[in-house]
Write a protein that binds this ligand. Structure first.
Ligand SMILES: [Zn+2]
Length: 212
């Protein structure tokens, strides 16, 4: 009985610690603030139930078990959801006055074809998928030219806003078509156009570069 109580107390404290680590992780990795609030709420409920269980002695074990199981499931579900849907759970928004590193055009949240990549924790925004591709061809050139404070070429969170759904998606989930000189990204591309994957686009530009 006492051993069970101890295990329950330890596991509740462990869950609260896990929640605090999640909050720090969400903040550092720039996830939307709502995921910090959800985690805080789950910890708050867990602590409240633990506190109530101390006063309701005869229900201590079932209350603590319920609290531990529910908080673990909620925290685990939240971690899986947030990491699996990074393009929606990350707070990806250009700052006021943000510019495309390739052409220096101003970019806004509403820019059509807005594309982004994070290099060594610096998040860059591009006014078109094509300029993101140009950057990926020769990142060092633009990093030097625009004096971007990056010390290592570590890429993450590569997303392009789909023209049809206006949602950020990983390039591997998008289809690309050429509209004249422009490159457009779609979740469901219009019929009757030649469609490329992101890999094919990267290969194509490499071939062009080699030929030129
Ligand atoms: Zn540009």
């Amino acid at each position: 009985m006492e051993a069970v109580g101890m295990i329950l107390i330890v596991s509740s404290r462990f869950l609260e610690l896990l929640g605090i680590i999640m909050i720090i992780f969400f903040a550092i990795k720039k996830y939307k603030a709502r995921y910090i609030y959800y985690t805080t709420f789950i910890i708050f409920v867990s602590i409240s139930i633990s506190a109530a269980a101390i006063f309701l002695k005869e229900y201590f074990i079932p209350l603590s078990i319920a609290s531990t199981v529910i908080s673990s499931l909620l925290l685990l579900g939240l971690i899986i959801y947030v990491i699996k849907h990074r393009e929606e759970t990350l707070d990806i928004q250009p700052q006021e006055g943000e510019r495309c590193p390739v052409c220096t055009a101003f970019v806004k949240d509403t820019t059509e074809g807005l594309s982004t990549v994070t290099v060594d924790d610096v998040t860059l925004f591009f006014d078109s998928p094509l300029h993101l591709v140009r950057f990926l061809e020769d990142p060092l050139f633009y990093i030097k030219q625009r004096r971007i404070p990056v010390s290592k070429l570590e890429f993450e969170n590569l997303f392009i806003k789909a023209k049809d759904t206006k949602r950020f998606r990983e390039p591997s989930r998008l289809k690309f078509i050429y509209e004249g000189e422009e490159l457009e990204a779609f979740e469901n591309p219009p019929k009757g156009k030649e469609v490329y994957t992101f890999e094919e686009i990267i290969k194509k530009t490499k071939v062009n570069q080699d030929a030129g």
